[in-house]
Design a protein around this ligand. Structure first.
Ligand SMILES: Nc1ncnc2c1ncn2[C@@H]1O[C@H](COP(=O)(O)OP(=O)(O)OP(=O)(O)O)[C@@H](O)[C@H]1O
Ligand SMILES: [Mg+2]
Length: 265
């Protein structure tokens, strides 16, 4: 692999301080988030886990700057978040690629003119190589698989060198093997770029496999139930005692708040 990587060398740090969010639906008020506070260190991978409706997407959208909040504040590198910004790259469950642009054009779409045409092309080529899509530059999204589309979505965000990568159930729509491949890819990219990542998932195993820390949320109102440190060596052995014990603790943490049983995959 050649070339320099798009990486912001500043020490990125995300702080969420006392965030609350209320939705008004008809005559009802839904407390989607209540007094959410946590920090993400530079280069840390944070997983956010919780039952359906506990406010995971709402939280991510507030951090991304897509959604206003009622109380508290979000700080990115000590600056308050007031809207979307290039230092926070977002990947959704369903890819949002431009169907009329090729893979390479999709990845290069957000790059500024400052790099020059050759510079932009080099960045796109490096990024496509990093996500394993060399040779697919000229394909249109409709001609590639779901897993490949998510690789393009990831490449399109990472090529901009965001301080934090925000992902909302990015692999949930993929089959098990493709999801496992994407896990490996994300782990490799994260290590290489020392990328700060916040990802939302329903999947306990995915959370423990990928994250340095996992926030388990509870619902009605959406709050942080527990903050788990995942102090397991990498690559993580999914069959090790430590992995299984942590999985059981997290499962209990989820069950403790939902007697009927949480949705766990
Ligand atoms: N735009 C909206 N208007 C009204 N209520 C909303 C809106 N968005 C979310 N909510 C409500 O806020 C709560 C949290 O929703 P959110 O989508 O953040 O949950 P989630 O944890 O992401 O769920 P899931 O795991 O199913 O994706 C839910 O009760 C939901 O109905
Ligand atoms: Mg959601």
């Amino acid at each position: 692999m050649q070339g320099t990587l798009p990486h912001n060398n500043q020490a990125p740090c995300l702080k969420v301080e006392g965030i609350s969010k209320l939705f008004r639906v008809g005559g009802h008020r839904v407390s989607a988030l209540e007094d959410i506070s946590f920090e993400v260190r530079s280069g840390e991978v944070l997983g956010v886990l919780g039952p359906s409706g506990c406010g995971k997407t709402t939280l991510l959208n507030i951090i991304a700057g897509f959604l206003p909040h009622d109380k508290g504040r979000v700080l990115m590198n000590r600056r308050p978040v007031t809207g979307p910004g290039p230092e926070r790259g977002v990947v959704f469950q369903e890819d949002a690629l431009f169907p009329w642009l090729t893979v390479a054009e999709n990845v290069g779409f957000g790059l500024r003119n400052g790099d020059g045409k050759a510079g932009r092309r080099r960045k796109v080529r490096n990024m496509l190589e990093m996500v394993g899509l060399e040779g697919y530059e000229h394909y249109l999204p409709r001609s590639i698989s779901g897993g490949m589309k998510q690789r393009v979505a990831l490449a399109r965000v990472l090529v901009l060198g965001p301080a934090a990568l925000l992902m909302d159930e990015p692999f949930a729509a993929l089959d098990a093997q493709t999801r496992a491949d994407m896990h490996e890819l994300l782990i490799a990219l994260q290590r290489r770029l020392e990328q700060t990542v916040v990802f939302v998932t329903h999947d306990l195993e995915e959370a423990i496999k990928l994250a340095d820390r996992v926030l388990v949320m509870e619902k009605s109102p959406g709050r942080i139930h527990r903050d788990f440190a995942v102090d397991l060596p990498r690559p993580r052995d999914l069959d090790s005692m430590e992995f299984l014990e942590l999985k059981r603790s997290m499962y209990q943490s989820l069950c403790g708040q939902e007697p009927s049983g949480p949705k766990i995959t």
